[in-house]
Design a protein around this ligand. Structure first.
Ligand SMILES: Cc1ncc(COP(=O)(O)O)c(C=O)c1O
Length: 342
């Protein structure tokens, strides 16, 4: 397959970035898991290894979005997410590195917190370690509203805050995330791979938008399949399309929306709630590959892939790229009995 990585590289070069994400992330075969499942060859794109502050998918987005804000004169940052948000943790780590005050709206109540561990460990602990200033707020349907209010207060005090939206999911963030496809296209060339599909967890939509757009340019013919982990497939699909279309305009690319493929059914009873096939995927990755997944995002997306294989959508002779979007820190916010049974 001739992959068009150069076309995407050229377009991305027009957008400056901070360069804090450690790139390219490795592309590794999951031979034991592939043999166990008896289906396609599964490779993992290790976006959990983007480096700073334990890494994850948001660093690619922050690299571009915060660079633009700093160039526009920002002197502090406002962002927000749930108690165990990986996004917040990466924002907090970047702010520490850049010497920028970091204000986080911490949304309580989206996941019924069953333990002190959920409230204080994992990402919550790291946010404190990275020196973020936390603003506790109740979860509502408009997370960006709470950030706007914090930013207003900062402006009233003479600051110029950069607002990094929920999930860092805006058009520039998606452009940042599309860089994964340029890397992947080069890596597939090196490994002589022709991927049939890329699979991953989709939530606030920027990751999916970036991958759909990036694949449309650099990996034509590869299916891009996001698994809704929010339990809100209509909202997620709408956000992916909106962000991808806006990002495509910025990249001067005529985007084929038909490639947006958002699958429902992997959220289980809701965001952050593990379910049996999610836990099965989490344990399989650990025991067969020494690969750490988390029960909110990456394990649910691997569970989605396992379902596709069981349904015969991908099988022997196919190649599927599993994008590990990170989230390992959140694993430690769960009690062992939630993950492995009593
Ligand atoms: C580990 C992990 N995977 C996937 C996602 C989903 O990315 P997006 O919000 O861009 O859809 C997130 C978002 O927080 C995440 O933390």
């Amino acid at each position: 397959m001739t992959l068009n990585a150069a076309a995407l590289d050229r377009r991305l070069a027009a957008f400056p970035r901070l360069g804090l994400a450690q790139l390219p992330t490795p592309l590794q075969p999951l031979r034991n898991l592939s043999a166990h499942l008896g289906g396609p060859d599964i490779w993992v794109k290790r976006d959990d290894l983007t480096g700073l502050g334990l890494g994850g998918n948001k660093l690619r987005k922050i690299d571009y979005v915060l660079k633009a804000a700093i160039d526009a004169g920002a002197d502090c940052v406002v962002s927000g997410g749930v108690v165990q948000s990986n996004s917040q943790r990466q924002v907090a780590a970047v702010c520490a590195k850049m010497g920028l005050p970091c204000h986080l709206a911490v949304f309580h109540g989206r996941v019924a917190s069953k333990s002190d561990r959920y409230s204080n460990s994992g990402n919550a602990l790291l946010n404190t370690l990275f020196g973020a200033i936390k603003h506790d707020v109740s979860w509502d349907a408009d997370p960006n509203g709470a950030m706007a209010r914090i930013a207003d207060e900062l402006r009233a005090d003479g600051h110029n805050p950069a607002i990094l939206p929920y999930g860092i999911s805006n058009a520039l963030g998606a452009i940042g995330y599309s860089s994964l496809c340029a890397e992947l296209a080069h890596q597939c060339d090196d490994e002589a791979l022709s991927p049939n599909a890329i699979v991953f967890a989709s939530g606030s939509g920027g990751t999916h938008a970036g991958l759909a757009l990036g694949a449309n340019i650099a990996l034509p013919g590869t299916a891009v399949i996001g698994f809704d982990i929010d339990g809100e497939p209509e909202r997620v699909r709408h956000d992916v399309e909106r962000i991808a279309v806006e990002a495509a305009e910025m990249l001067d690319w005529s985007f084929d929306r038909s490639i947006i493929d958002l699958r429902a059914g992997m959220a289980g009873t809701g965001y952050g709630q593990p379910h049996p096939s999610c836990l099965n995927a989490l344990r399989l990755a650990g025991r067969l590959e020494g690969l750490i997944l988390d029960p909110t995002y990456s394990a649910k997306s691997l569970a989605g892939l396992i379902d596709l294989i069981k349904a015969g959508e991908y099988g022997s002779g196919d190649t599927v790229i599993f994008v590990h979007t990170g989230g390992d820190a959140a694993l430690f916010a769960y009690m062992p009995e939630q993950l492995f049974g009593a």
